[in-house]
Design a protein around this ligand. Structure first.
Ligand code: ADP
Length: 401
């Protein structure tokens, strides 16, 4: 099956065309600065030459129009006609508690996704824009929606409920949802393969550490807890997000700093985390690593705090899963930062984890970084959210047959 995967952001659209029978990528690319005269289009076929150009891209409709033209272009295209594309898989951030797996985007499903926009007012409307644009230019192609939240729908009630009046859960759907589901699912599956065990028999902690960070406890292939919550602001500190804090702090900062609620929330989302804690040095772990090794106390403080926060989640997931077979590091920081992985592995040595410093330093792509005597295997596993979406599209279409 040929599946076109679409991942829409507010001013970007990433795409990938995947032949799912052997999981080969035919072409990938992205549109940036959508909505501007100075839009940018990058098109990278696996066979053939890559090109990129600056062109005005007024909206997501125009991006999809340019994309279908490029895909079928006699010189640069990868299909003769759009009929060769069997399905389009769309990434949708919030599926609320309505979507526990990917679905075919019928008019009813789209209505439900519109309702979930209350929970993700920035992301879901953009995702819907991408869906509508694809429906316009590929009216005969099956559209499937895959959700960042759905993998975590298997969490038990005790993991997703907050200790607030139950009526807010029943009436307003206030609960832990969790995000990065495609990444956690993909990485857990790849980790089970590395363990050489059926996923049903595994207990895995997946650490998705990027600009946004979330940790998940995956038992028997199902998410049973995760660090992000009602929104992606919860859990461990991130590039610029605070992670979980005492909610009274919001009121206190508003009072003593004379700020509005919106201003405080902006600080927690955009000026906190590694950036805020490093005294505005950087949110980027590459910069912080350079400074850490030079002994910069701002960088040391921020990265130690990050490692500490992640260590606490690993410890608590050991408790709730009754053990851990493997820990997997993924995403921009998890895949690339020897330092963050080292700081975490050193902290969990009390659990019997040993790690191989040389392998950790040199890890590039998939690698086992734990020592031979480690009580828990520790891996670096590159994530692939687009491939996860393509797999979900195939499962969804096959289930309909
Ligand atoms: P997002 O959450 O935006 O998808 P990514 O998963 O792409 O983020 O992670 C981006 C982050 O990964 C960067 O901000 C940077 O901190 C980190 N990163 C990327 N490359 C490296 C590297 N070589 N070493 C350390 N950190 C890196």
């Amino acid at each position: 099956m040929k599946v076109l995967v679409i991942n829409c952001g507010s001013s970007s659209l990433k795409f990938r065309l995947i032949e799912t029978s052997d999981e080969t990528v035919k072409v990938k690319g992205l549109f940036e600065r959508i909505g501007s005269d100075k839009g940018h289009f990058v098109y990278t076929p696996t066979e053939g030459s890559k090109y990129e150009k600056d062109i005005p891209i007024p909206d997501h409709y125009e991006a999809v129009n340019i994309l279908v033209g490029a895909l079928t272009d006699p010189e640069t295209g990868v299909v003769k006609s759009l009929d060769e594309i069997d399905a389009v898989g769309h990434r949708i951030v919030h599926g609320g508690d309505k979507f526990s797996h990917a679905v075919i985007l019928t008019p009813d499903a789209i209505k439900e996704i519109e309702k979930c926009a209350e929970l993700a007012p920035i992301h879901n409307p953009v995702n819907l824009l991408g869906i509508r644009a694809c429906m316009k230019y590929m009216p005969n192609t099956v559209m499937v929606g895959a959700f960042d939240t759905s993998f975590h729908q298997t969490m038990p009630e005790e993991a997703y409920l907050y200790g607030i009046p139950y009526e807010y859960y029943k009436r307003d759907r206030v609960r832990r949802y969790g995000f990065h589901g495609m990444s956690h699912e993909y990485v857990a599956n790849e980790t089970a393969k590395l363990l050489n065990k059926p996923i049903e028999e595994t207990k895995i902690v997946t650490c998705h550490i990027g600009n946004g960070t979330s940790i998940a406890a995956v038992k028997g292939g199902k998410s049973i807890d995760t660090s992000m919550g009602f929104t992606p602001l919860a859990g461990v500190l991130m590039g610029t997000r605070s992670g979980g804090i005492d909610p009274e702090i919001v009121k206190y900062i508003a009072q003593v700093e004379n700020k509005s609620l919106q201003e405080v929330m902006d600080i927690l989302n955009n000026k906190s985390g590694l950036y805020g804690l490093s005294d505005n040095l950087s949110s980027d772990v590459r910069d912080l690593t350079d400074e850490y090794v030079k002994g910069n106390e701002n960088a040391i403080r921020a990265l130690k705090r990050l490692a500490y926060a992640i260590t606490k989640y690993i410890g608590s997931y050991y408790a709730v899963m009754g053990g851990i077979d493997a820990i997997a590091f993924t995403a921009g920081v998890g895949e690339n930062s020897w330092l963050v992985r080292k700081l975490i592995c050193e902290r969990i040595s009390g659990m019997g984890v040993t790690f191989d410093e040389k392998t950790n330093n040199e890890a590039h792509g998939t690698a086992m970084i734990s020592g031979p005597d480690s009580s828990i295997k520790v891996f670096v596993v590159p994530t692939d959210e687009e491939m996860s979406i393509a797999r979900q599209v195939v499962q969804t279409i096959n289930a309909e047959k």
